[in-house]
Design a protein around this ligand. Structure first.
Ligand code: PEP
Ligand code: MN
Length: 300
């Protein structure tokens, strides 16, 4: 990695792809995020009912997902909208894991809820609105669970790396970064999907990066295109909202895919994912350089 990036992100040395660090692969149940396998995380925005969650879990699993997403604690902009099922939602997520073998990712919003959420979830999600809640980050880090860290909607890449650094500094190496769109002057879509940000994160950090095309687009018809762009930019996986009946969803229905739409997106992504599996010349060179440096370290 050029020295200019090292200097630019000097405050977050532990997240950078340095000479002595291999890429981080985050172990989850019987697979890993950030390794050779492209990992799809899919499910409803919110856990609503047992029927809704179970049907979605079985469906996304059959289409190739590895992780079930679903919020039990929801950060809603309005206090008058659905706030999540809380503990009951966590219980349903764990039951879905039991039935399907999918791992569970779910958001934790408060430091006090970390022990409870960590008891049920395989991956703790830190939402956009919480990315800079450093006491929450510290508590989540200390739970020992892998962390899916979503980029704040007005956070720079540097800000995101600062938050990742806080987690690593609190003894938890298992951080997964997530690009979910940022606020810009362009207001037509919900957010602006920062594909270059994904490419940059893959270029300068050793952490896995997940693309969330659902929150980036805000409209279901654009989700497959943004997913494709995420894969092409180098993402290690996707976080996608799927609902049996998006028009009846209690949150984020307009950006949720129905089952048929999810299937067709997954089928269309296959060739793109296959392309990603072949290392580029640059990656081969990078691996070669890393191997050389490790050898020098070893004989020292
Ligand atoms: C979500 O994943 O449902 C969510 C609330 O995402 P974000 O924090 O990115 O808005
Ligand atoms: Mn959502």
């Amino acid at each position: 990695m050029p020295e200019s990036w090292q200097e630019r992100f000097a405050e977050t040395p532990d997240v950078l792809l340095g000479a002595r660090r291999q890429r981080t692969t985050v172990p989850v149940l019987d697979f890993a995020v950030g390794g050779d396998e492209f990992v799809t995380m899919a499910g409803p925005c919110s856990v609503e009912t047992e029927r809704q969650l179970m049907a979605t879990a079985h469906h996304v699993r059959s289409a190739g997902a590895r992780v079930l997403r679903g919020g039990a604690f929801k950060p809603r902009s309005s206090p008058y909208t659905f706030q999540g099922l809380g503990r009951e939602g966590l219980r349903l997520l764990a039951a879905a894991r039991e039935e399907t073998g999918l791992a569970v990712v779910t958001e934790v919003m408060s430091e006090c809820d970390v022990p409870l959420v960590a008891e049920y979830a395989d991956i703790l999600q830190i939402g956009s609105r919480s990315m800079e809640n450093f006491t929450l980050l510290e508590a989540a880090a200390r739970s020992g669970r892998p962390i899916l860290l979503k980029r704040g909607m007005v956070a720079t890449i540097g800000d995101l790396l600062q938050s990742a650094q806080v987690i690593l500094s609190n003894g938890n190496p298992n951080v997964i970064l997530c690009e979910r769109g940022i606020r810009t002057f362009e207001m037509t879509l919900r957010n602006t999907f920062d594909a270059a940000g994904i490419a940059l994160l893959k270029h300068i950090t050793h952490l896995p990066v997940i693309a969330d095309p659902s929150h980036a687009a805000g409209h279901r018809e654009l989700v497959p295109a943004l997913a494709r762009i995420g894969v092409a930019a180098g993402a290690d996986g996707l976080l996608v909202e799927v609902h049996p009946e998006p028009n009846k969803a209690w949150s984020d229905g307009e950006q949720s895919l129905d089952f048929a739409e999810f299937d067709s997106m997954m089928a269309a992504l296959k060739p793109w994912i296959a392309l990603r599996e072949a290392p580029t010349e640059e990656e081969k060179l990078e691996e070669h350089e890393l191997a050389g440096l490790r050898l020098v370290e070893a004989v020292r």
